[in-house]
Structures are given as C-alpha cells and as structure tokens.
Write a protein that binds this ligand. Structure first.
Ligand SMILES: *Cc1c(COP(=O)(O)O)cnc(C)c1O
Length: 388
C-alpha cells in the first residue's frame, strides 16, 4: 500500500495517494471490485468483516486514504450521499439531550434535517451568524456539543469567520464541523485550520462529472471511526461503481477547480461591470464584503457565484431562456455550467419575506461555472443580457 503521506502537492496526491501497492495485477488504474463479500482472514469484530455495507472493500479503502491525504487529515469515510455523510456525522457527534450551534444559512437538506428531524431525537439547536463571533457565547448551553458551519454559503457565497469557529470550539470543548463542499479540498483544507470534521457532497466538485451521488466525512481518526460504526448500522454505504467513478473523477480535481476558480473570476468581473446587472456575489471580487476573509482562508474563490439583474424576476426569466450554453438544472461542481433561480428551487420553501430578509431576491440567479471556454460563456451571457 502506498504511504499516503509521501506526496506533498494536491495534484500528485490526487493521482497517487492511497493507491494499492503493488498495483492489482499490474493494473495502472485501480480495478472495480464488484464483490459484496470477501473471504474470512481471521477478522475478530463485526466491523472488520469485509462486506460491502461496511464500506471496507478495496475501492472504499483507496478512496478513504486518498481523501484523508487531500485535506491533510487523519482519516476519511465515503458515504452514499452528501446527506448520508452529514446526517451520520451529526447523529454520531450528538446524542439525545445535546445541543448544536449551527450557521443560519445552511444548505437546504441540512436545514431540513436540523429543523425537522432533530426534535424527534431530542436534539436541540440554535442558529448563529457566522460573522458575529461575539454573539456565539450567548447561545452556548451546558449541553452544547458541536458547532457546524459551511465553507461558503448557498447561494450568496458568504464566508463565515472560520478561524473564530475553531478558536471558539477549542475554548468551549466543542466538536467543530464544516461542510466543505463549495470550497473543495483544492481551495480549503479544514483540518489544517483545526476543524475536527469536514463533510462533503462528493456529488459536486470531488466527483465533478454530474454522474453519481456520494459523500465523505474527513477528519480526526477517532471521530471518523465512530461515524463509520454508525454508518455500518444506518447502512448508507457507497456502491462500488460509484466508488470507481468518484476515484476516477477525483484525479482531475486540481485541474478542474483551478480552471473553475479563474473562469468564475473573469465571469464575475464581466457581470459586475454590465449595465443590466444589479450586483454579483463572488468573494473573489475585491469589493465583495467577504473578500479579505476569503483571501486569508482559501487558495481560490470557487466556481460558484450568484447575481441579481436590474430587471428583477422578469429579467432573470428572460436571461435563463436566452442563454445557450448553460443548463438550467440543480446541483453544482460539474463540468457543465449550471444555472438556477434559488427563489423557485433551493429556497422555494421559504416565504417571499423570509427570502428577502436573507437577501435572496426573485431575480437572483445562481451559477456553477463549468469547464467550457470562458470567453464563449461570456459572449453567451452578453447576448442573453442584451436580448429584448
Ligand atoms: C449538495 C449538497 C449537499 C448534499 O449532498 P447530496 O450528495 O445531494 O446528498 C450538502 N451540502 C452542500 C453544501 C451541498 O451543495
């Protein structure tokens, strides 16, 4: 087995970290093992039996080592989806009677888990503002166990004071958790900043090809092991075919995200100066309120942004009809540029007043920048903005 720590740079780790040595029958790429069960070799505990639901086939183990190496963390675990990673991690860290501090701008699925499901398990929570660290202590309770934030918020791309999160967690003996999906390990590695657990929807940047659903938990070995045992009982293991595709997709992560970072910045600059655009939310822009924080924390500003058109809802609808290259579809982080209107998709469940209060107007468009030629995308946006 390759020592996952023997590679220093992300691009090299993506290709070589955690791979089987010697290579399986000399195969240059890791083969796909479609076996549900494996012969006994003297395993003593249930969690060590080699069985597909226990997430310990060769395809899983290679991914676990590689993902841990990417974030310079101790351990990793792949799961059946991003929500399987998030829910299993939260239901491991928290027990009945516990309390969670959680950022007030959560991904929709996580928001529903916390606000709808937690109470059935006797778990309490309070929302915090990620940029008001002085206010967090007022929400602390004797039974607070963890603090949970996201690297960049959807769809406004706000950046919380992530350094304050880990400082606060250490001071108050909380487990610090971050959903790192939007940043990806290329732009942010939570373990390096003292986070205990990083969670991913691998459906997005890590796989990057919009062809599987998968998740990952990356972080401290002792916690990842506990989460693995819970996952073994909950059953949210990743199918080997999806493991294979995730492994394959991961190899180009550094190239993809570097391209998406710079393409998104150019597109954001184009949109920002266009007379039909009211505002662009992208932390890579110098005048963005989160720019200084993002610069300090991240190696890149991501391929995600949102923007508001001066003509509001009608202009947004027209723009979405007129663009030729992007696809109007949910999800993000793939090779194709995707557009959504949060008011009718991710945030449709909120009242119009709640949406306005959160800065999500009816004319807001969210974009996940793909790998198409930047100048061709910009030309397409220009014609769509000018269309009558
Ligand atoms: C998509 C997403 C999830 C959920 O992931 P699934 O793979 O769809 O279960 C969680 N967090 C963020 C930030 C996401 O974008």
């Amino acid at each position: 087995m390759e020592n996952a720590n023997s590679y220093k740079k992300m691009a090299t780790k993506l290709i070589h970290a955690g791979e089987m040595r010697p290579r399986v029958l000399g195969a240059v790429t890791m083969p796909l093992f479609h076996s549900a069960n494996y012969e006994y070799t003297g395993e003593e505990s249930y969690d060590d039996i080699r069985y597909l639901r226990l997430n310990n086939t060769p395809n899983h183990l290679v991914l676990h080592r590689k993902l841990a190496a990417l974030e310079n963390a101790e351990a990793a675990l792949v799961t059946a989806s991003g929500m399987a990673a998030i829910s299993t991690a939260l239901f491991t860290v928290l027990s009945q009677g516990d309390h969670l501090l959680v950022q007030n701008t959560l991904y929709g699925g996580t928001h529903s888990l916390v606000t709808e499901d937690f109470r059935h398990f006797g778990i309490a929570y309070d929302f915090i503002d990620g940029n008001q660290p002085d206010s967090w202590v007022t929400k602390l309770r004797h039974n607070t166990r963890a603090i949970y934030v996201e690297a960049m918020t959807n769809p406004l791309l706000q950046v919380a004071d992530l350094k304050a999160v880990t400082t606060f967690a250490r001071k108050h003996h909380l487990i610090s958790m971050i959903d790192n999906t939007f940043a990806s390990p290329v732009n942010f590695r939570p373990a390096e900043r003292g986070f205990d657990l990083s969670l991913h929807s691998c459906t997005k940047y890590l796989n990057g090809h919009s062809d599987i659903v998968a998740g990952a938990v990356i972080g401290r070995a002792e916690l990842v092991e506990k989460i693995t045992h819970r996952l073994n009982h909950f059953g949210g293991s990743l199918d080997p075919q999806a493991c294979y595709l995730l492994h394959r997709g991961l190899k180009t992560l550094a190239l993809r995200v570097a391209y998406q970072n710079q393409s998104a910045l150019q597109i954001a600059r184009f949109l920002e100066q266009h007379s039909a655009v009211a505002g662009v939310n992208y932390p890579g822009l110098e005048n963005n309120p989160y720019h200084a924080l993002a610069r300090e924390l991240f190696d890149g500003f991501s391929g995600m942004m949102s923007f508001e058109l001066k003509g509001g809802k009608a202009a947004a609808e027209r723009f979405m009809e007129q663009v030729r290259i992007p696809i109007i579809a949910p999800s993000l982080g793939g090779v194709e540029t995707l557009l959504t209107r949060p008011a009718i998709t991710s945030h449709a469940g909120l009242s119009p007043e709640d949406r306005q209060a959160r800065g999500i107007g009816d004319g807001l468009i969210r974009m996940s920048v793909g790998l198409e030629a930047t100048e061709e995308l910009i030309a397409d946006f220009a014609q769509a903005l000018e269309a009558k």
